[in-house]
Design a protein around this ligand. Structure first.
Ligand code: MG
Length: 292
């Protein structure tokens, strides 16, 4: 199962995405937030999502105005989770997962614009596989089966003001600008993507491949990450966890189009522009409360 969030008749709604005549197409509206779906496991491997839905006129995904497909209470990111990326930035290999937050106000959707802040001279892309939490959890234990706590998988671009990250111990500023967390275009159910086997994470800028990694090279597994995070904090349904970026990070310039493709999920695409602060004041980031 695959779903998105999109503008439909002036409202934000979750939509079921299915292949119709070779195209990803929104065919039904989900009448509940996905993380609230009643779920049953028929077997250990197959999850059945019992979602109330309403059929609509089919809308090709690439013609829809897409919104971030998640509404997380928090976005937890894992830094330095691929060895080759650690080496390219000359960092030490961490002995435990290294985590940080991005604020929900940094979220944007597929085809939204990434704005390069005026106070940064170096804004980098970081293509990443991301996990959407499906069930409240705290104090998960090593060796515990984590499947039940995962709703699905999506794509994040962990956009980073590299020149502000390097001199500051806390990464909140460098990672937290408005528009620095593109996510989407869809969420794919947990059974349909298997990072344990290895999924490909590829980032392209203006069509040129910049990053091409596989989650087989994770330093810390999905279990390690969930155990580590939940030692500290409760994860809520809908929370987003970005799992780190492979080697090949690099800068974005105004006019660039950056795409992050993760096998089994799709391609997250965003254009880049320089921030312009309007004379009348700031444009607020994030999203206003809407209907679902
Ligand atoms: Mg990252």
């Amino acid at each position: 199962m695959k779903y998105c969030r999109f503008q439909h008749n002036g409202r934000s709604r979750y939509g079921l995405v299915e292949r119709v005549a070779g195209r990803d197409t929104i065919t039904q509206i989900l009448l509940a937030a996905p993380e609230e779906f009643p779920r049953t496991n028929r077997t250990d491997d197959v999850t059945v999502y019992e979602v109330p839905m309403e059929r609509i006129a089919p809308l090709p995904l690439d013609e829809a105005k897409l919104l971030p497909p998640v509404k997380p209470s928090k976005i937890v990111c894992v830094g330095r989770n691929y060895l080759a990326h650690i080496k390219e930035l000359n960092h030490d290999v961490p002995k435990t997962p290294l985590i940080f937050f991005k604020p929900p106000s940094s979220l944007i959707g597929h085809d939204d614009v990434i704005f390069r802040p005026r106070i940064s001279q170096r804004v980098d892309f970081e293509g990443e596989l991301a996990l959407v939490v499906g069930k409240r959890c705290k104090h998960l234990k090593p060796g515990q089966v984590v499947w039940p706590y995962i709703l699905g998988w999506t794509i994040v671009n962990d956009v980073t003001a590299r020149d502000l990250q390097e001199p500051e111990k806390q990464w909140t500023r460098a990672k937290g600008f408005d528009t620095f967390c593109p996510v989407g275009p869809v969420v794919v159910a947990r059974d349909e993507v298997d990072p344990w086997v290895g999924v490909t994470v590829e980032t392209r800028v203006n069509g040129v491949v910049k990053q091409h990694g596989t989650t087989e090279d994770f330093l810390f597994s999905i279990e390690d990450i969930l155990v580590w995070i939940t030692q500290a904090m409760t994860l809520e349904p809908g929370d987003l966890i970005a799992t780190g970026t492979p080697e090949g990070v690099g800068p974005l310039l105004a006019g660039d189009v950056v795409e992050v493709e993760v096998s089994g999920i799709g391609t997250l695409r965003n254009r880049v522009e320089d921030e312009v602060i309007p004379a009348g004041g700031e444009q607020a980031g994030g999203e206003q409360a809407g209907d679902e």
